[in-house]
Design a protein around this ligand. Structure first.
Ligand code: PRP
Ligand code: URA
Length: 213
């Protein structure tokens, strides 16, 4: 995908950890742990452009010229359910972030997402929002989640989407609608099955995180 806002984060730790969760024999406990580790690593990269201000700090020895975060406060927006699996990792990085939960359910027959719950901090329109969801397949859930935030006053340029595995079809659909969305992913896979599962993918991320099915 040739959009300057689309980033595949190619780091050995990320590639190694992704190989662990792709394995169908990876159990729920390890799957959860590694998804959170990946979320931290991707979150680190996706927050590289956060603005800084100069501050002077008195160390025990002397005054030091330092940098501190400035600008908009942050909100993390997990797309339920599977996005919840990435939340602790993101909150480890940004413990003071508020959380906006976006409930999306992909109909198993049609793959059309249905919004069932949205609860955002009151000042969400003033925040930079980091959406998290392990999978972008058709792109429908990502598009609807971004639209739910736009409806609440968040400009797309203030949003970043952190994802583990996507496919070209889904990314193309997302960028047709929201070309300004920043996306950070660990991998762009090959294609979708006729049931809209990512190939090779990692199966149903929500089921694997929550031990359902
Ligand atoms: C999965 C995944 C994404 C969505 C991706 O969620 O976590 O939200 O599918 O597919 P799409 O790009 O075709 O919309 P699902 O709806 O299965 O719900 P869950 O998180 O509750 O398991
Ligand atoms: N949702 C998932 O959890 N996995 C896929 O492969 C596609 C959508």
């Amino acid at each position: 995908m040739q959009n300057p806002n689309f980033h595949i984060v190619k780091h050995p730790l990320i590639q190694h950890k992704l190989s662990i969760i792709r394995n169908k024999n990876c159990g729920t406990k390890e799957f959860r742990e590694v998804v959170n580790e990946l979320s931290r690593l991707l979150g680190f990269e996706a927050t590289r452009d956060l603005p800084l201000k100069n501050v002077k700090i008195q160390t025990p020895i002397a005054m030091a010229n330092c940098k501190q975060l400035t600008g908009k406060k942050l909100a993390i927006a997990p797309i339920l359910r599977a996005g919840l699996g990435m939340l602790d990792g993101m909150l480890d990085l940004i413990p003071s972030a508020k959380v906006a939960c976006i409930g999306m359910y992909r109909d198993p027959e049609t793959s059309i997402p249905h919004e069932y719950f949205v609860k955002c901090p009151e000042d969400i329109n003033k925040r930079r929002v980091i959406l998290i969801d392990p999978m972008i397949a058709t792109g429908g859930s990502c598009i609807d989640a971004v639209a739910a935030l736009v409806k609440r006053g968040v400009p797309v340029k203030n949003m970043t989407f952190i994802n583990l595995v996507c496919v070209p079809e889904g990314i193309k659909a997302v960028y047709k609608k929201f070309p300004d969305l920043k996306i950070y992913t660990a991998a762009e896979d090959d294609y979708l099955t006729k049931n809209n599962y990512i190939v090779p993918g990692l199966g149903d991320a929500g089921d694997r995180l929550f031990g359902t099915k």
